[in-house]
Write a new protein. Structure first.
Length: 211
């Protein structure tokens, strides 16, 4: 499978790249500075909000579209979050539709999952005010995917400490698993790669380590 990883040098993105390569897939990586990626990765440097850059990345440099896209784009952890995430995913979705690429797996914050009392977690009472700027970026991603015709999965973790995959992650459709407060970057990456291999669009999926 030919896969484009956007945000390929980030904490989750780099692990996704490595796991895809280990599984024998052909990988392209889009990042502002992809020079740290393995030599076997076809790299594209640039801004994910730029349609020209995105189209180059989606065609892996040879005119043929990739089979699937992973978005591991992040946001600054404060109210200073810019629109790289929301505008970048919107640019990706539009270009994917134009090129006939249907499979998308993204990583988003747990705020876009359903809250126990109804609505989204990011709108629930007690949601940290300092995370509202970041949360709105993730809400926009969720809305863009919902309005698209893509076959999409949005993997939604809570706090993500760096760590390897343990095989102990719990997942639940639309909601965060009970008692879930954190999950390692390795477990998130492993679930992303398994979802790509399976090929079934799952919508929103909450993921967390053992309670």
């Amino acid at each position: 499978m030919r896969v484009l990883v956007v945000g390929a040098t980030g904490r989750v993105g780099r692990r996704v790249v490595d796991q895809l390569l280990d599984a024998g897939h052909e990988v392209s990586g889009l990042a502002r500075d992809p020079s740290v990626l393995p030599a076997t990765v076809h790299t594209v440097a640039g801004d994910v909000r730029d349609p020209v850059v995105v189209r180059e990345a989606l065609t892996a440099g040879d005119g043929g579209p990739v089979d699937a896209v992973v978005s591991a784009l992040g946001t600054p952890p404060d109210e200073a979050a810019d629109d790289t995430l929301s505008a970048g995913v919107r640019t990706l979705v539009e270009a994917m539709a134009d090129l006939g690429i249907e499979r998308f797996v993204g990583v988003a914050a747990a705020g876009v999952l359903d809250a126990p009392g109804g609505g989204l977690r990011l709108d629930a009472e007690g949601f940290p005010p300092f995370l509202h700027g970041v949360a709105e970026q993730h809400r926009a991603v969720y809305e863009t995917l919902t309005e698209s015709s893509l076959q999409w999965t949005l993997v939604c973790p809570p706090n993500m400490p760096d760590g390897d995959a343990t095989g102990q992650a719990r997942v639940e459709t639309d909601r965060l698993p009970d008692g879930g407060t954190q999950v390692t970057t390795g477990n998130v990456a492993a679930f992303v790669v398994r979802t790509l291999a399976d090929g079934t669009p799952l919508g929103r999926v909450g993921i967390a380590g053992p309670a």
